[in-house]
Design a protein around this ligand. Structure first.
Ligand code: MG
Ligand code: MG
Ligand code: MG
Length: 308
């Protein structure tokens, strides 16, 4: 039976390319593996797959009866449906350990690095498997995307070293230029419904029994969303109501100025104020230096919910 390799819901470039790269590694090791994804690709991921000539994975949202490897997450809220009716074989990740549990021993490889692509570079090397040029290009792009070309505080030396090596294999001479091309694609918001933008890079969390959603739009300039701020705020309110959520945030991240305008809809904004040490007196509040959801947005919010 095929091993289905899948990243998180609302897939980002890392989740899609990590599924492809881990499936390729398993195939090179003689396993029957197939990369899948839980939803449509974002515009950045499309540009990345196009550039390296790799086909988009099939969409799979139901894990029932399947053999599964999770990449780029281990939170049930981000995993495929009916994961309890699947056999999990492996988890490859770079986040906090989530709430996925298994009944059998599994291969679990998580590292505190900036991207699953960096973990995969390590796994290819450990297994002495040569990385195909197009797969190296995908892994390189994932690291550029997740670390915002090393600007995110999640960046480690391992990420930079992996990028150097992968760029050589992939034949990418100008990493900076390729990163700008990706970021421009990532910033595309024109004509996209506000709710789709909220969900473009979005994750739900369980924080002390409360459902909390955090979306992020990484933009080369915040002026790109100036005209649609009201629509985004309305969409956030809808997302909160529809999903029975306690709090929904949208990080409007300016990757050049290196900070985020955090849009907040919450039953108790004081928790958010306490978490980020800010005063909220409008739809959004600027948090200087905030680039990373997993390292800067989630931990203080989790702590504030735990204390509430
Ligand atoms: Mg991800
Ligand atoms: Mg990632
Ligand atoms: Mg990200």
């Amino acid at each position: 039976m095929s091993l289905y390799v899948v990243g998180h819901k609302n897939p980002d470039t890392d989740s899609v390319t990590a599924a492809i790269a881990y499936a390729e590694l398993q195939k090179a090791l003689g396993e029957d593996a197939v990369a899948v994804m839980q939803g449509e690709m974002n515009p950045e991921t499309k540009v990345v797959l196009d550039k390296f000539g790799v086909a988009a994975p099939e969409i799979m949202t139901d894990a029932a009866g399947k053999t599964i490897a999770l990449v780029d997450h281990s939170d049930l809220a981000q995993a495929p449906d009916n994961l309890d009716q699947a056999e999990i074989k492996a988890i490859i990740d770079h986040h906090k350990i989530g709430d996925v549990t298994t009944s059998n021993p599994i291969f679990f490889c998580a590292m505190p690095v900036g991207c699953t692509g960096t973990v995969l570079k390590f796994l290819y090397d450990v297994n002495k498997v040569e990385i195909p040029a197009n797969i190296a290009g995908l892994m390189l792009s994932a690291i550029i995307s997740d670390t915002v070309l090393f600007k995110s505080p999640t960046t480690t030396d391992d990420d930079k070293k992996a990028c150097e090596a992968l760029a050589k294999i992939a034949g990418v001479d100008d990493m900076q230029a390729w990163a700008m091309e990706m970021f421009k694609a990532k910033s595309a918001v024109e004509g996209v419904p506000a709710k789709d933008l909220v969900f473009r890079d979005y994750k739900d969390f369980d924080m002390n029994g409360r459902k909390v959603g955090i979306g992020q739009l990484e933009l080369v300039d915040l002026s790109l969303v100036e005209n649609i701020r009201d629509d985004l705020y309305k969409a956030l309110q809808e997302v909160k109501e529809e999903g029975g959520r306690h709090t929904v945030l949208l990080l409007l991240t300016d990757i050049m100025k290196e900070g985020s305008d955090v849009m907040v809809v919450s039953d108790d904004p004081a928790i958010v104020e306490k978490a980020y040490n800010v005063k909220i007196d409008g739809p959004a509040v600027w948090v200087d230096g905030m680039m990373s959801r997993k390292k800067q947005a989630v931990p203080p919010l989790q702590d504030a919910f735990n204390a509430a």
